[in-house]
Design a protein around this ligand. Structure first.
Ligand code: GLU
Length: 309
């Protein structure tokens, strides 16, 4: 197997040269300001080592990667009852699509498309003020990464709040079907803030370690979720983590992963590693263009796949 200490810097150098970087998400104005030349990657191995290269310590907007945190918390709160309000099937549609909600009575296809994540956020709001729910999600990210410097970027949250008309439509539509318990603006306020959590590749890779280690933090041995729940979260990441690009990502890279429109991707090699990569330019499915390419190359170099022994 190749040496990660050599592979990652070489990968970062190769990615720095590429000109086909995709387009930065500009439907959230604050994200449109990010330099597309950035590229970072960090790998937290279950043996405790962390190897990083490029802009691995620069923070970026994790956006939909936060949906892994919220799904994990909501399953902890309501367990399998969650599946009465959200499905577990790939959508085959863009992340912010409204079309399936009509046919499927306001039950979103999965917890990783925007509609599904807004329902998950509504679950986390129960019994809380929005500020408390945001705090709970942020503290969970800090706990998983073992780093309490992680913050919510309020400018990004405000920027999305000012322009999130599609999410407003999704939330109102689901409210009309009775699949939102709180006022749409409350669920959306929490949703925008958890999407606006800012983390570096190093912090993000650290936060995914429990998924690479059967639900336990490999450093402390403490259980975050049961091994069965970790497997199920990974199954959803593999099948739904890249929206309508999920099949292609599984085909090319072969590991469960969750992307965000900030250009980050969190990928998990069960038993081995938690990987975070960041390059702000997106491909046509709203997933990091160079991030996907880098993960494909890394998985090949290290022979990492959930489909191979
Ligand atoms: N906050 C973004 C939105 O709702 C998340 C999208 C994403 O990262 O895929 O549009």
């Amino acid at each position: 197997m190749a040496d990660l200490e050599e592979v990652l810097p070489a990968l970062a150098a190769e990615m720095a040269e590429r000109t086909d970087r995709g387009d930065v998400a500009n439907y959230i104005p604050q994200l449109g300001k990010i330099d597309p030349q950035r590229f970072g990657i960090a790998v937290a191995l279950t043996d405790g080592r962390v190897v990083a290269a490029g802009d691995a310590d620069e923070t970026f907007s994790i956006q939909s990667i936060s949906k892994m945190f919220t799904l994990t918390l909501a399953l902890g709160k309501v367990g399998d009852a969650l599946w009465r309000r959200v499905g577990r099937e790939p959508s085959g549609n863009p992340f912010n699509s409204i079309v399936q909600l009509e046919n499927e009575q306001g039950i979103p296809r999965n917890p990783f498309i925007n509609a599904g994540a807004i329902v998950v956020t509504d679950v986390l709001l129960a019994g809380h003020q929005p500020r408390e729910a945001i705090g709970e999600i942020l503290r969970f990210a800090q706990f998983l990464a073992d780093d309490d410097t992680i913050i919510v970027d309020r400018e990004v949250a405000a920027s999305e709040q000012a322009t999130g008309f599609r999410n407003v439509a999704l939330a109102n539509y689901m409210k009309a079907f009775g699949n939102l318990q709180h006022a749409p603006e409350l669920a959306l306020g929490v949703y925008y803030h958890h999407c606006a959590i800012a983390m570096s590749c190093r912090q993000l890779a650290m936060s995914g370690r429990f998924l690479a280690h059967g639900g336990r933090n490999p450093a402390t041995g403490h259980s975050v979720v049961s091994a069965e729940r970790a497997r199920r979260i990974l199954a959803l990441m593999l099948t739904c983590g890249h929206y309508d690009g999920s099949g292609d990502f599984a085909f090319r890279v072969g590991i469960p992963a969750k992307s965000g429109v900030g250009g980050g991707i969190l990928g998990i090699v069960p038993g081995v590693a938690s990987i975070a990569v960041w390059s702000p330019g997106l491909n046509e499915n709203g997933n990091s263009r160079l991030g996907s390419i880098a993960l494909e190359k890394l998985a090949r170099a290290m022979n990492w796949s959930v489909f191979a022994p």
